[in-house]
Unconditional design. Structure first.
Length: 264
Protein backbone atom coordinates (compact mmCIF):
# COMPACT_ATOMS: atom_id res chain seq x y z
CA UNK A 1 0.00 0.00 0.00
CA UNK A 2 2.86 2.33 0.86
CA UNK A 3 4.53 1.85 -2.51
CA UNK A 4 1.21 2.53 -4.28
CA UNK A 5 0.72 5.78 -2.35
CA UNK A 6 4.26 6.83 -3.12
CA UNK A 7 3.76 6.11 -6.80
CA UNK A 8 0.54 8.14 -6.83
CA UNK A 9 2.26 11.10 -5.16
CA UNK A 10 5.11 10.97 -7.66
CA UNK A 11 2.59 10.88 -10.50
CA UNK A 12 0.65 13.85 -9.10
CA UNK A 13 3.82 15.86 -8.55
CA UNK A 14 4.85 15.14 -12.12
CA UNK A 15 1.47 16.30 -13.43
CA UNK A 16 1.64 19.49 -11.35
CA UNK A 17 5.18 20.18 -12.52
CA UNK A 18 4.21 19.60 -16.15
CA UNK A 19 1.19 21.87 -15.76
CA UNK A 20 3.35 24.59 -14.22
CA UNK A 21 5.93 24.32 -17.00
CA UNK A 22 3.18 24.40 -19.62
CA UNK A 23 1.56 27.45 -18.04
CA UNK A 24 4.95 29.16 -17.88
CA UNK A 25 5.63 28.43 -21.54
CA UNK A 26 2.16 29.60 -22.59
CA UNK A 27 2.52 32.81 -20.60
CA UNK A 28 5.93 33.45 -22.10
CA UNK A 29 4.64 32.71 -25.60
CA UNK A 30 1.93 35.35 -25.19
CA UNK A 31 4.56 38.00 -24.47
CA UNK A 32 7.39 36.85 -26.70
CA UNK A 33 8.33 38.59 -29.91
CA UNK A 34 11.45 40.20 -31.33
CA UNK A 35 14.20 40.39 -30.22
CA UNK A 36 14.15 37.30 -28.02
CA UNK A 37 12.59 35.06 -30.66
CA UNK A 38 15.58 35.74 -32.92
CA UNK A 39 17.98 35.13 -30.04
CA UNK A 40 16.27 31.87 -29.10
CA UNK A 41 16.18 30.64 -32.70
CA UNK A 42 19.86 31.46 -33.13
CA UNK A 43 20.67 29.71 -29.86
CA UNK A 44 18.73 26.56 -30.74
CA UNK A 45 20.45 26.32 -34.12
CA UNK A 46 23.51 25.10 -32.21
CA UNK A 47 22.10 23.98 -28.86
CA UNK A 48 19.58 21.14 -28.61
CA UNK A 49 19.64 20.94 -24.84
CA UNK A 50 16.12 21.58 -23.60
CA UNK A 51 13.17 23.94 -23.38
CA UNK A 52 13.30 27.55 -22.30
CA UNK A 53 10.42 29.69 -21.08
CA UNK A 54 11.33 33.19 -22.13
CA UNK A 55 9.67 36.57 -22.29
CA UNK A 56 10.48 39.80 -24.06
CA UNK A 57 8.77 43.08 -24.61
CA UNK A 58 10.35 45.94 -26.48
CA UNK A 59 7.55 48.20 -25.29
CA UNK A 60 6.00 46.46 -22.26
CA UNK A 61 9.10 46.40 -20.05
CA UNK A 62 7.11 46.48 -16.82
CA UNK A 63 5.03 43.45 -17.81
CA UNK A 64 8.09 41.46 -18.87
CA UNK A 65 9.85 42.16 -15.56
CA UNK A 66 6.70 41.14 -13.68
CA UNK A 67 6.75 37.72 -15.38
CA UNK A 68 10.33 37.23 -14.19
CA UNK A 69 9.57 38.30 -10.61
CA UNK A 70 6.50 36.06 -10.53
CA UNK A 71 8.62 33.19 -11.91
CA UNK A 72 6.39 32.82 -14.95
CA UNK A 73 9.43 32.83 -17.23
CA UNK A 74 13.12 31.98 -16.99
CA UNK A 75 14.70 34.96 -18.73
CA UNK A 76 13.58 38.34 -20.07
CA UNK A 77 14.99 40.75 -22.61
CA UNK A 78 13.92 44.36 -22.11
CA UNK A 79 14.94 47.83 -23.24
CA UNK A 80 15.61 49.41 -19.84
CA UNK A 81 17.45 48.65 -16.63
CA UNK A 82 15.61 46.98 -13.83
CA UNK A 83 14.61 49.59 -11.27
CA UNK A 84 15.93 49.59 -7.71
CA UNK A 85 12.57 48.59 -6.27
CA UNK A 86 12.36 45.66 -8.70
CA UNK A 87 15.80 44.43 -7.63
CA UNK A 88 14.76 44.70 -3.98
CA UNK A 89 11.57 42.74 -4.67
CA UNK A 90 13.58 40.05 -6.43
CA UNK A 91 15.96 39.76 -3.46
CA UNK A 92 13.01 39.53 -1.06
CA UNK A 93 11.70 36.63 -3.15
CA UNK A 94 14.99 34.79 -2.84
CA UNK A 95 16.18 35.63 -6.33
CA UNK A 96 19.63 36.67 -7.55
CA UNK A 97 19.22 38.80 -10.65
CA UNK A 98 21.96 38.75 -13.27
CA UNK A 99 22.12 41.23 -16.15
CA UNK A 100 23.88 41.37 -19.51
CA UNK A 101 23.50 43.27 -22.79
CA UNK A 102 22.17 41.05 -25.58
CA UNK A 103 22.12 43.60 -28.39
CA UNK A 104 20.92 47.04 -29.43
CA UNK A 105 17.91 48.74 -30.94
CA UNK A 106 17.38 52.35 -31.95
CA UNK A 107 14.82 55.13 -31.74
CA UNK A 108 14.09 56.83 -35.06
CA UNK A 109 13.09 60.49 -35.08
CA UNK A 110 10.70 61.29 -37.92
CA UNK A 111 8.87 64.30 -39.35
CA UNK A 112 6.51 65.03 -42.22
CA UNK A 113 8.26 65.09 -45.63
CA UNK A 114 7.24 68.75 -46.06
CA UNK A 115 9.15 69.74 -42.91
CA UNK A 116 12.39 71.49 -43.95
CA UNK A 117 14.30 70.08 -40.96
CA UNK A 118 16.63 67.24 -41.97
CA UNK A 119 18.76 66.81 -38.85
CA UNK A 120 18.72 67.60 -35.14
CA UNK A 121 21.18 67.33 -32.29
CA UNK A 122 20.62 65.12 -29.25
CA UNK A 123 20.26 68.32 -27.21
CA UNK A 124 17.52 69.65 -29.50
CA UNK A 125 15.54 66.40 -29.47
CA UNK A 126 15.72 66.25 -25.69
CA UNK A 127 14.58 69.86 -25.39
CA UNK A 128 11.61 69.06 -27.61
CA UNK A 129 10.68 65.94 -25.66
CA UNK A 130 11.03 67.79 -22.34
CA UNK A 131 8.60 70.42 -23.62
CA UNK A 132 11.16 73.23 -23.47
CA UNK A 133 11.24 73.71 -27.24
CA UNK A 134 7.64 74.13 -28.35
CA UNK A 135 8.08 75.77 -31.74
CA UNK A 136 9.89 74.51 -34.83
CA UNK A 137 11.65 77.86 -35.11
CA UNK A 138 13.52 76.90 -31.90
CA UNK A 139 15.46 74.37 -34.02
CA UNK A 140 15.69 76.36 -37.26
CA UNK A 141 12.30 75.40 -38.68
CA UNK A 142 9.06 77.25 -39.48
CA UNK A 143 6.98 79.27 -37.03
CA UNK A 144 4.64 76.39 -36.13
CA UNK A 145 4.08 74.64 -32.80
CA UNK A 146 5.66 71.20 -32.40
CA UNK A 147 3.39 68.25 -31.79
CA UNK A 148 5.09 65.19 -30.28
CA UNK A 149 3.88 61.69 -31.08
CA UNK A 150 5.05 58.11 -30.89
CA UNK A 151 4.27 55.25 -33.20
CA UNK A 152 2.63 52.03 -32.05
CA UNK A 153 2.54 51.09 -28.37
CA UNK A 154 6.07 52.20 -27.48
CA UNK A 155 5.31 55.38 -25.54
CA UNK A 156 6.27 53.78 -22.23
CA UNK A 157 9.43 52.30 -23.77
CA UNK A 158 10.50 55.71 -25.07
CA UNK A 159 9.78 57.31 -21.69
CA UNK A 160 12.02 54.74 -19.99
CA UNK A 161 14.87 55.34 -22.41
CA UNK A 162 14.92 59.14 -22.30
CA UNK A 163 14.20 59.27 -18.57
CA UNK A 164 17.07 56.92 -17.72
CA UNK A 165 19.50 58.36 -20.26
CA UNK A 166 18.92 62.09 -20.70
CA UNK A 167 16.03 63.66 -18.84
CA UNK A 168 13.96 63.75 -15.68
CA UNK A 169 11.16 61.19 -15.75
CA UNK A 170 8.44 63.71 -14.90
CA UNK A 171 9.18 65.97 -17.86
CA UNK A 172 9.19 63.12 -20.38
CA UNK A 173 6.04 61.52 -19.01
CA UNK A 174 4.15 64.82 -19.04
CA UNK A 175 4.96 65.56 -22.66
CA UNK A 176 4.33 62.04 -24.01
CA UNK A 177 1.11 61.54 -22.09
CA UNK A 178 -0.44 64.84 -23.17
CA UNK A 179 0.28 64.59 -26.89
CA UNK A 180 -1.81 62.11 -28.89
CA UNK A 181 -0.32 60.19 -31.78
CA UNK A 182 -0.51 62.16 -35.01
CA UNK A 183 1.04 62.27 -38.47
CA UNK A 184 0.35 65.96 -39.08
CA UNK A 185 2.76 68.26 -40.93
CA UNK A 186 4.15 69.75 -37.71
CA UNK A 187 4.55 66.52 -35.76
CA UNK A 188 7.78 64.93 -34.60
CA UNK A 189 7.36 61.17 -34.17
CA UNK A 190 9.50 58.79 -32.11
CA UNK A 191 9.51 55.15 -33.15
CA UNK A 192 11.47 51.96 -32.60
CA UNK A 193 13.82 51.66 -35.56
CA UNK A 194 13.33 48.69 -37.87
CA UNK A 195 15.03 48.63 -41.26
CA UNK A 196 12.61 48.66 -44.17
CA UNK A 197 9.53 49.38 -42.05
CA UNK A 198 9.12 53.11 -42.71
CA UNK A 199 6.66 54.58 -45.18
CA UNK A 200 7.26 57.31 -47.75
CA UNK A 201 4.90 59.68 -45.91
CA UNK A 202 7.51 60.11 -43.18
CA UNK A 203 11.02 61.52 -43.24
CA UNK A 204 13.67 60.09 -40.92
CA UNK A 205 15.99 62.70 -39.43
CA UNK A 206 19.73 62.36 -39.02
CA UNK A 207 20.90 62.89 -35.44
CA UNK A 208 24.07 64.62 -34.24
CA UNK A 209 25.65 63.94 -30.85
CA UNK A 210 26.51 67.65 -30.67
CA UNK A 211 26.78 70.60 -33.04
CA UNK A 212 30.30 69.61 -34.14
CA UNK A 213 29.46 65.96 -34.83
CA UNK A 214 28.44 64.33 -38.08
CA UNK A 215 24.72 63.81 -38.59
CA UNK A 216 23.98 60.07 -38.54
CA UNK A 217 20.92 58.26 -39.87
CA UNK A 218 19.71 55.15 -38.05
CA UNK A 219 20.59 51.83 -39.68
CA UNK A 220 21.40 48.34 -38.49
CA UNK A 221 25.10 49.15 -38.69
CA UNK A 222 25.01 52.59 -37.03
CA UNK A 223 22.83 51.28 -34.19
CA UNK A 224 24.99 48.19 -33.56
CA UNK A 225 28.25 50.14 -33.72
CA UNK A 226 27.06 53.07 -31.62
CA UNK A 227 27.56 55.89 -34.13
CA UNK A 228 23.82 56.60 -34.09
CA UNK A 229 23.14 58.47 -30.82
CA UNK A 230 19.70 57.14 -29.91
CA UNK A 231 20.53 53.46 -29.50
CA UNK A 232 19.07 51.43 -26.68
CA UNK A 233 20.73 48.39 -25.08
CA UNK A 234 18.57 45.28 -24.97
CA UNK A 235 19.22 43.84 -21.52
CA UNK A 236 18.80 40.18 -20.65
CA UNK A 237 17.85 39.34 -17.06
CA UNK A 238 17.66 35.98 -15.31
CA UNK A 239 17.33 34.66 -11.78
CA UNK A 240 20.82 33.18 -11.53
CA UNK A 241 20.27 31.57 -8.14
CA UNK A 242 17.43 29.38 -9.40
CA UNK A 243 18.38 29.18 -13.08
CA UNK A 244 18.56 25.84 -14.85
CA UNK A 245 21.56 24.85 -16.92
CA UNK A 246 19.56 25.64 -20.06
CA UNK A 247 18.70 29.13 -18.80
CA UNK A 248 22.34 29.80 -17.91
CA UNK A 249 23.52 28.55 -21.30
CA UNK A 250 21.03 30.79 -23.10
CA UNK A 251 21.95 33.79 -20.93
CA UNK A 252 25.65 33.28 -21.64
CA UNK A 253 24.90 32.90 -25.34
CA UNK A 254 23.03 36.24 -25.35
CA UNK A 255 25.81 38.06 -23.51
CA UNK A 256 28.61 36.63 -25.69
CA UNK A 257 27.06 36.71 -29.14
CA UNK A 258 29.34 36.44 -32.15
CA UNK A 259 26.66 37.11 -34.77
CA UNK A 260 26.54 40.88 -34.40
CA UNK A 261 27.31 43.17 -37.32
CA UNK A 262 30.98 44.01 -37.80
CA UNK A 263 31.80 47.69 -37.29
CA UNK A 264 33.65 49.44 -40.08
Amino acid sequence: MTWLLTLMLLFLNGVQSLAADTAKSQRAEQLSHQPIVTLKDSYHDNHKDGNLAESASDCGNDEAIRTLLDKECDVVVISRRMRKEEIVEAENRGMEIKEAVAGWTGIAVMVHPANPINELTVYQVCKIIAGEYRMWRNVGGPAHPISIAWSGTCGRWIVDYFAQTFLETHNVQTVLQTNPSSDGPHTITLMKFEEGSFQSKTKILAIKKDVQSEAIYPSGETVDCGTYPFRVPLRVYADWKNATDVTKAFFNFCSNRTDRRPCK
